[in-house]
Ligand binder design. Structure first.
Ligand SMILES: C[S@@+](CC[C@H](N)C(=O)[O-])C[C@H]1O[C@@H](n2cnc3c(N)ncnc32)[C@H](O)[C@@H]1O
Length: 247
């Protein structure tokens, strides 16, 4: 919430009160979750989802249908070494760790170790903590460190970006050097609650939502014109853009 003139409040587009989905009917989303997602959810994913839901920033977490999509993509592409930007309590990290082989690794980057520590006991119980190489700090310099190690260039099969939206364009440039040709780069929240397509002035937004909407518009235009990747944008969760690196 942010204050507007006259004591009124403008609501954030994402909050704990609303499911993170672009589907227009909550009933349809519930139906999908109950039919296709919850019955297939690993017991540890369920535990972590429920712990995360209770946290004050629980709405930041990627929803379980998105975890299911990531898991399928990782398995279809046979990904082994991955990068994740934006870990929070680790819901997408856990989905990834369960999907990659036992000798696979996730370089998992977040500026906040405390959030990850909330989820780590569940990730450990799931038997996949050894696959997570957590790095604490801002993603830009950590990706630069990876880039400085020549052996890491083009060594990753998959990257998932879910943090610091205004820097998606910069992360894309770094990740294009780290992910191999034929590998996958996935970007979360690229439709930002549908705001990217709303005509200006149709609805009031907080300054934060406006800034992210503008950043997402810019990033979407960049990817749409980027011949180095073959993209698809799916209206899953808050919009996910999946790119195959072609050059
Ligand atoms: C949307 S949450 C990630 C959700 C997570 N992927 C999941 O499935 O639950 C975003 C996370 O990015 C982290 N973050 C914000 N800015 C960052 C930055 N510049 N570099 C790295 N992490 C950042 C935040 O601490 C937060 O935990």
């Amino acid at each position: 919430m942010a204050a507007k003139g006259g004591g009124e409040q403008v609501a954030d587009v994402h909050s704990s009160e609303r499911a993170k989905t672009l589907l227009q009917s909550d009933a349809l989303y519930e139906y999908m979750l109950k039919t296709m997602v919850y019955p297939r959810e690993n017991e540890f994913q369920r535990e972590l989802r429920l712990i995360t839901k209770e946290h004050s920033y629980g709405f930041m977490s990627s929803p379980p249908d998105e975890g299911q999509l990531l898991s399928l993509l990782l398995k279809l592409t046979g990904a082994k070494n991955t990068i994740e930007v934006g870990v929070y309590t680790g819901c997408s990290v856990l989905a990834t760790a369960l999907a990659i082989p036992d000798d696979g690794k996730i370089v998992a980057i977040d500026i906040n170790r405390d959030y990850f520590d909330m989820g780590l006991p569940v990730i450990a119980k799931a038997g996949v903590a050894h696959k997570v190489d957590f790095r604490e700090g801002p993603a830009g310099p950590i990706l630069d460190e990876l880039l400085a190690d020549e052996a890491r260039s083009g060594s990753f099969d998959f990257a998932f970006v879910d943090a610091d939206k205004p820097n998606y364009g910069n992360y894309h440039e770094q990740l294009l050097k780290l992910v191999r040709v034929g590998g996958v780069l996935a970007y979360d929240n690229t439709l930002w609650a549908g705001t990217v397509a709303l005509p200006d002035g149709e609805r009031e937004f907080t300054e934060h939502d406006k800034a992210i909407r503008d950043a997402m518009r810019e990033f979407n235009a960049k990817i749409g014109a980027d011949a180095r990747v073959e993209p698809v944008q799916l209206p899953v969760a808050d919009g996910i853009t999946i790119c195959r690196r072609v050059a």
